[in-house]
Design a protein around this ligand. Structure first.
Ligand SMILES: [Zn+2]
Length: 221
C-alpha cells in the first residue's frame, strides 16, 4: 500500500492538495489523470489545473487517515514547504550540499513548470540536447553534455571542455529512466515533469521504486 500526496499547480476553491492511498499507485494515478476515482481530481482536471504526485509513503488507510487528521498538507508538501525540500534533498535523496551548485533539482523543476506542457524540452538519450543539457544551457549559457553519470561544460563550439563532474543521484535516476522510456525521442515538458516528480519523491521506499519501474507516461494530446 502506498499513501500519496498530490499538489495542484493552483488551488481549486480552497483545495491545494489531494491525499490518497492505493495498492496500485500507477494505475490509480492514471485513473486520476482520466478523471476517475476521485471527484476532486475530476473537477481539478476540468478546471485545467495541472497537478503532480509530490510525495509518497509506504502505508495504507491508517496512515492516510493520520496524515489527513493533521490538516496540514502544505506542511507535508515539498513544493509548498521549502524546509521539506531541504530535508528530502539532503536526507532521502542522499544529496550532499555542494551539489546544489548548478544541478539543483528544484530549479530544474521550476523551469519545466514554466514551459508549455506540450513543449519539447530535449531528446531523451542525446547527451548534448537532453532536457538537462537544454535547461543548463538556457540558465548558465554555453554547451552542456550530460551522460549517465557525469556532466561537463564548455563555452561554445570549439572551446575546450571543462572536467567531467559527477551527477547528483536524482539527476542520474532522471537521466537513466528518461533514456529507458523514450530512447532518442523528443520529450515534452509535461513528461519530464512527471518523471522528475517520481524521482523527487522518496526514492528509498519500495512503492516509489516500483512506481518508477512500472510507470507508463502520459501521452500528450
Ligand atoms: Zn503543495
Amino acid at each position: 500500500m502506498t499513501v500519496y500526496l498530490i499538489h495542484f499547480e493552483r488551488r481549486y476553491k480552497h483545495a491545494g492538495h489531494y491525499l490518497g492511498y492505493s495498492s496500485d499507485l500507477v494505475s490509480r494515478i492514471r485513473a486520476h489523470r482520466l478523471g476517475q476515482g476521485a471527484r476532486l481530481l475530476q473537477v481539478v482536471n476540468d478546471a485545467g489545473i495541472r497537478w503532480f504526485v509530490v510525495r509518497i509513503w509506504d502505508g495504507g488507510y491508517d496512515l492516510e487517515h493520520a496524515l489527513k487528521a493533521r490538516r496540514n498538507a502544505p506542511q507535508l508538501c515539498p513544493v509548498c514547504n521549502p524546509r521539506q525540500q531541504v530535508e528530502m534533498m539532503s536526507g532521502t535523496l542522499g544529496m550532499s550540499e555542494d551539489v546544489s551548485s548548478s544541478l539543483d533539482a528544484w530549479a530544474f523543476k521550476e523551469w519545466l513548470f514554466r514551459q508549455e506542457p506540450g513543449e519539447v524540452v530535449g531528446l531523451a538519450d542525446e547527451p548534448l540536447v537532453c532536457p538537462l543539457s537544454c535547461w543548463l544551457g538556457v540558465v548558465y549559457g554555453g554547451q552542456w553534455q550530460v551522460n549517465a553519470s557525469w556532466y561537463r561544460w564548455r563555452a561554445g563550439d570549439g572551446a575546450f571542455w571543462q572536467d567531467w563532474q559527477a551527477l547528483p543521484p536524482w539527476a542520474m535516476t532522471f537521466v537513466s529512466v528518461l533514456g529507458e522510456r523514450y530512447g532518442c525521442a523528443p520529450v515534452f515538458a509535461s513528461q519530464a515533469l512527471e518523471l522528475l516528480g517520481w524521482v523527487l519523491v522518496d526514492v528509498g521506499s519500495q512503492g516509489a521504486r516500483q512506481a518508477l519501474n512500472n510507470m507508463v507516461f502520459e501521452e500528450v494530446s
